[in-house]
Design a binder for this molecule. Structure first.
Ligand code: FAD
Length: 414
């Protein structure tokens, strides 16, 4: 029986076309081989990356390759790429590992960011900006629209598929080596000190030594726990999100719309962020311990309840989790630091994490030395305050005027 090496497969479908018995199915990002396979081996020859193997096939590529860098960054989201870029600009040797084969895809984001939070890290560029926004409108379930649309701070709805890739390209331009489809699978530890990473990619398994590992591996982070840092999320601090990119709708292209209420999105909110040309990211997040139903079911009902949205067609489905916990007590340990979603640096009120991830990626020597302290004295303190506010107003109180005033300020910059 032929089997698939999932970490090598590129999901191209080349093998499907040559199979004489229709035993191979490409199920989006999984290749399935069923029992009708006759072991003819034609697919092995058709596979461009050697991801198929016959029974008894010997792993020849799993020999650890030893390499050494000053810094290894795990994860090429905004947090990881900016970390890699800044470290490379300091003249350090940097390796940026990304487990996906395409940086920036699939997108797990509504793509909103305030101009003032983006500017210190990258000059806004029309290549990765879908819409410039300056207004916000908050609608409360079963009530008239609360605010707006009101003029707020300028912000952007990004095209993260391109934005994330540009950040990784900037890291490469600064001298970092970028490897895609290469997942960190563990850490090299010596007497409790992190000395490097174990990774697996198309070239097989490898051990890479380094002075510092930066864990920027997102909400699904394993790097922190591998090093003994507790990053576990209680359900109440996890938002389950679903979003469609809807095409064929009419909304104000400069306005971000927010909808709150237990019936709309328990413990969270729904959003409509314009993407230009009659498109919008229409999604919602529900607090994981509050929802009787899946985020996707709430989203379906929300869209059905809004005739102007129901007219649209979904062209992309995004699902994802957002950590909305208080700041972690520890972001570093010997030889390792965490940034972005891996460090739970998301705003607990808005669920926004792009700006914090890139701010945490400032790996200048001064910033690194003081990383934990500076984070807690600056944006971390604001995140702690927003978490306290989220806790003070339970899910049932999030349509109260007091909470909505706080929420309006938090989303003011998108
Ligand atoms: P990520 O962008 O998640 O990047 C982590 C990277 O690490 C990924 O590319 C992943 O493939 C890679 N990785 C993971 N494990 C490994 C491994 N073992 N080896 C190698 N690579 C690995 N934030 C906002 O600011 N504005 C918004 O409008 C917004 N909307 C959102 C809507 C939704 C539905 C969701 C789910 C999130 C939203 N967020 C938003 C949050 C935002 O997307 C994240 O905070 C942001 O992407 C964090 O960046 P990051 O670099 O820390 O992690």
């Amino acid at each position: 029986m032929i089997t698939v090496k999932a970490d090598r497969c590129g999901y191209c479908g080349a093998c499907v076309g040559v199979c004489p018995v229709g035993a191979i199915e490409l199920a989006e990002t999984r290749l399935l081989i069923n029992e009708t396979c006759v072991d003819c081996g034609l697919c092995l020859a058709a596979c461009p990356v050697g991801a198929l193997q016959a029974e008894g096939y010997a792993e020849t590529d799993a020999v650890p390759v030893r390499r050494r860098y000053d810094v290894v960054v795990v994860g090429a989201g905004p947090g990881g790429s900016v970390s890699a870029r800044e470290a490379a600009r300091l003249g350090l040797s940097v390796l940026l590992l990304e487990k996906r084969q395409e940086i920036g895809s699939p997108v797990r984001c509504a793509e909103g960011i305030a101009h003032e939070l983006l500017l210190p890290f990258i000059e806004p560029d029309p290549r990765w900006i879908s819409a410039v926004v300056s207004k916000a409108q908050i609608t409360v379930e079963d009530a008239a629209t609360l605010t707006g649309p009101t003029e707020g701070r300028q912000g952007y709805i990004l095209e993260r598929r391109i934005f994330d890739r540009v950040l990784a390209e900037e890291a490469a331009k600064a001298g970092a080596q970028v490897m895609v489809k290469t997942a960190a699978t563990g850490l090299l530890l010596e007497n409790g000190v992190v000395r490097g990473v174990v990774a697996r990619g198309p070239a097989g398994a490898m051990e890479i030594e380094c002075a510092v590992v930066i864990g920027a591996d997102g909400v699904e982070s394993q790097v922190g726990p591998w090093a003994g840092l507790d990053t576990a999320l209680p359900l109440k601090d996890a938002m389950a999100c679903a979003q469609y990119l809807l095409a064929g709708i009419e909304i104000d292209p400069a306005c971000c719309y927010y909808y709150v209420g237990q019936g709309v999105a328990p413990g969270g909110y729904a959003w409509v962020f314009p993407k230009g040309e009659g498109k919008a990211n229409v999604g919602l997040g529900v607090q994981a311990d509050q929802s009787a139903d899946s985020a996707l079911s709430y989203l379906t009902r929300f869209i059905e309840s809004q005739p102007h949205l129901a007219r649209g067609s979904p062209v992309t489905l995004v699902v994802g989790g957002v950590p909305v916990s208080p700041p972690l007590p520890r972001l570093v340990t010997s030889g390792l630091m965490l940034v972005g979603d891996a460090a739970r640096q998301v705003d607990p009120l808005t669920g926004g994490g792009i700006a914090n991830a890139i701010a945490a990626g400032d790996t200048s020597a001064e910033a690194l030395a003081q990383y934990e302290k500076r984070w807690m004295a600056g944006r971390g303190r604001k995140m702690a305050r927003n978490h306290r506010l989220k806790e003070r107003f339970g899910p049932n109180q999030r349509t109260s005027p007091d909470f909505l005033r706080v929420f309006a300020v938090a989303v003011g910059g998108v």
